[in-house]
Design a protein around this ligand. Structure first.
Ligand code: IPM
Ligand code: MN
Length: 348
């Protein structure tokens, strides 16, 4: 019987509420599909930082390395200055565990309203492959002459061949497995002429030499945003940089029904390090403890985790339970009611 070791980091705000529901779903499908999960909880997040001064120490990080996957709720509290927890926990995990792919499906489920008039589940179903360890997020740069009129602030978009090629290759492999087999590079070749020269060259080289069945497309990021709203059916798989991926996936999330529906996997495809699965939304301190958080983003995240672990039957059962729940309507349902509905729709 397969055993998966899962490090659970519920985090702050609504994180623990939605993670609880996700764990219920995981345990349920594990029983039914004959695999075992072993979980261990870790306290990292804003509250832990305020109590202990620790964001995520190297020793703590080493403990997490022993797990198959990490299941993260959300980190962030209003009492902690922006940047500290993001850099100290989330980005540290992504970078140190070399989770170089941030996989973010943009899929409209039946029964969910999209703000884009006239579009249906057939029109909104693509995946964004966001590069997750480089670019503007590396923090390369600095400030000098701070506080004077001569102050200079620099933050560079840094990419090397290795980072670009491994990300693009992953995206091609994914596109090749999907029925439409279209991969769009999202860039800004007309302005960021160095970085996207590299991206575009690698994209075309790898595509031509290794993935002849995949159709290659290119969009400037601004135009891509327009098409994501006007004609989302154009897209099948997108590949892009860390910063552009961050931005376009929030736009994508809104078209799929909001942050309550957006899931993600921070993946090390080599499986050298644990991959980390998290809903895209934040800790939403304004609605904490009110049974208002939508747990579906987390349940979709669980489905992604199951797929990653190779438990594809369990994953598709979770997916069907989500669809069944939505077809019954979730209007006015709170966190726990949606959770119970999904549990009921998972066959026993
Ligand atoms: C995300 C978030 C993070 C990011 C923040 C919290 C650092 O917005 O996961 O999309 O920018 O990657
Ligand atoms: Mn974001």
């Amino acid at each position: 019987m397969n055993l998966y070791r899962i490090a659970v980091v519920p985090g702050d705000g609504i994180g623990p509420e939605v993670v609880d529901i996700g764990l219920g779903v995981l345990h349920h499908v594990a029983n039914k599909h004959n695999f075992k999960i072993e979980t261990q909880h870790f306290p990292f997040g804003g509250d832990h930082y305020l109590k202990t001064g620790e964001t995520l120490s190297d020793e703590s990080l080493d403990k997490l390395r022993n797990f198959d996957v990490i299941f993260l709720g959300a980190v962030g509290t209003p009492d902690v200055k922006p940047g500290i927890l993001e850099q100290g926990i989330l980005l540290k995990l992504r970078f140190q565990l070399d989770q170089y792919i941030n996989l973010r499906p943009v899929k409209l489920y039946p029964g969910i309203d999209t703000p884009i008039e006239g579009k249906t589940v057939d029109d909104i179903d693509y995946v964004v492959v966001r590069e997750n360890t480089g670019g503007l997020y590396t923090g390369v740069g600095g400030i000098s002459m701070k506080g004077t009129v001569d102050e200079v602030a620099v933050q560079s978009m840094v990419y090397n061949y290795k980072q670009v090629s491994r990300c693009i290759r992953y995206a091609f492999e994914l596109a090749e497995k999907r029925p439409r087999k279209i991969l769009a590079l999202i860039g800004k070749t007309n302005v960021l002429t160095h970085v996207f020269d590299l991206w575009e060259r690698v994209f075309n080289d790898i595509g031509a030499s290794e993935f002849s069945k995949v159709t290659r497309e290119y969009y400037h990021v601004d135009a891509a945003c327009m098409h994501m709203v006007k004609e989302p059916e154009r897209f099948d798989v997108m590949v892009t940089t860390n910063m552009f991926g961050d931005i376009v996936t929030d736009l994508g999330a809104i078209t799929q029904g909001g942050m309550g529906m957006a899931a993600s996997g921070n993946i090390d495809p080599t499986k050298t390090n644990p991959s980390m699965f998290e809903p895209v939304h934040g800790s939403a301190p304004d609605i904490v403890g009110q049974n208002k958080a939508n747990p579906l983003a987390t349940i979709i995240t669980v489905k992604m985790m199951l797929d990653f672990l190779g438990e594809t039957e369990a994953a598709s059962e979770v997916d069907s339970a989500i669809s069944a729940t939505l077809s019954g309507g979730i209007d006015n349902s709170g966190t726990s009611e949606i959770g119970s509905k999904v549990m009921k729709n998972l066959s026993s």
